[in-house]
Design a protein around this ligand. Structure first.
Ligand SMILES: Nc1ncnc2c1ncn2[C@@H]1O[C@H](COP(=O)(O)OP(=O)(O)O)[C@@H](O)[C@H]1O
Ligand SMILES: N[C@@H](CCOP(=O)(O)O)C(=O)O
Length: 329
């Protein structure tokens, strides 16, 4: 999870960002990162959306901004309702970096993306914050600024970029800048996920990876990642070979043995199964509807045998990334 570094101290000197109240709705998709060998660089947006209704007003009083957050759905019981809420804190940080202070803000968050399951909830929150800040700042943030700011906050661009722009992408870091190229998915590509009832923090999963890998391991992973681009864009029949990872899944097995057991069972049956993001959700990339339905059935059968509860579902690829629309009346 990104560190929001929330602070409203000494923001009296900063400019008011709004002259008039504004209301708008932000919609942001879930994402699945890595896709097997594309560790920290590949991801795809999925049609499972968080929706945040935003009402922002010039500050009514001196001192701190008045912030009110309502949370519905995922983590409604545990997320903060004040300026420490991740989205609010990130909006404040981005505005401050652009010379503005946080306005009075009311957020109504309708959370549908499950947290700490490898479906990019934190990347979605970052994309949401970037979209809100861009909507508030006069003239907005350029597309490149949005890419740089959110990738820097999230620390790895693989799921932030599809949350921002939709579809699938390969993204990378060059010095302190991020760049990305869209992957034009073959029309047969389908995504099926099985989401368990237990969580895995991305930070903890990242902490469990070794600092170095052997040269032959890196070479083998490069071949599969390159093949994955080919399979996703031109030749879905290659998805099984293309989704073999050497960099992170086996290394994290101890963190989510049940997920790895499901990946093993699905792969033994010929499905292109991988850990979604840093887990514990399992993703199958399938070629066509029939293969996707078979994978979903198999996931349900395996899930039914497990101690944990799993929910298998097909999720269409989202061509839309984060969007800002007028607040519906
Ligand atoms: N919509 C949201 N609003 C507020 N905080 C969020 C939101 N989404 C994610 N988070 C924060 O991010 C954490 C999950 O981040 P992370 O461990 O990276 O998992 P994920 O794979 O879901 O991105 C949550 O526990 C919560 O603290
Ligand atoms: N490349 C990252 C992806 C994390 O995705 P998330 O959806 O679990 O936050 C990693 O594998 O650590």
């Amino acid at each position: 999870m990104p560190s929001p570094a929330a602070s409203q101290s000494s923001d009296e000197a900063l400019a008011e960002v709004l002259a008039e109240p504004v209301s708008f709705r932000v919609t942001v998709p879930a994402t699945s990162a890595n896709l097997g060998p594309g560790y920290d660089c590949m991801g795809v947006a999925l049609e499972l959306f968080d929706v945040v209704d935003v009402s922002a007003r010039p500050r009514a009083a001196a001192g701190r901004a008045q912030v009110k957050v309502e949370v519905h759905g995922e983590a409604a019981d545990s997320l903060p309702r004040d300026e420490t809420h991740l989205i609010v804190a990130l909006v404040g940080r981005i505005l401050r970096e652009h010379g503005h202070r946080l306005p009075d803000l009311t957020l109504q968050a309708h959370n549908r993306i499950p947290h700490s399951r490898g479906l990019g909830s934190s990347a979605a929150a970052v994309a949401c914050a970037v979209a809100i800040a861009s909507h508030l700042i006069p003239g907005g943030l350029s597309s490149d600024e949005q890419l740089q700011i959110g990738s820097r906050i999230e620390g790895h661009p693989d799921n932030y970029v599809p949350a921002l722009r939709g579809g699938a992408a390969v993204s990378w870091q060059q010095g302190d800048r991020f760049d990305t190229a869209p992957l034009m998915l073959d029309e047969q590509i389908r995504a099926v996920v099985s989401v368990p009832d237990f969580q895995q923090s991305t930070a903890a999963a990242r902490g469990s990876l070794p600092k170095t890998v052997a040269h032959h391991v890196a070479a083998a992973n490069s071949a599969r990642a390159a093949l994955l681009v080919h399979a996703l864009t031109a030749d879905p029949a290659r998805l099984f070979d293309a989704t073999e990872d050497r960099l992170h899944q086996e290394q994290r097995r101890a963190q989510f043995p049940a997920s790895m057991a499901l990946v093993d069972a699905l792969r033994a049956a010929g499905h292109a199964a991988v850990i979604s993001g840093a887990g514990p959700t399992v993703l199958v990339l399938a070629a066509g509807d029939e293969a996707a339905d078979i994978a979903a059935d198999q996931m349900r059968r395996c899930g039914g045998l497990a101690e944990e509860r799993w929910m298998a579902m097909r999720l269409p690829i989202s061509t839309a990334g984060v969007t800002v629309d007028p607040y519906p009346r």
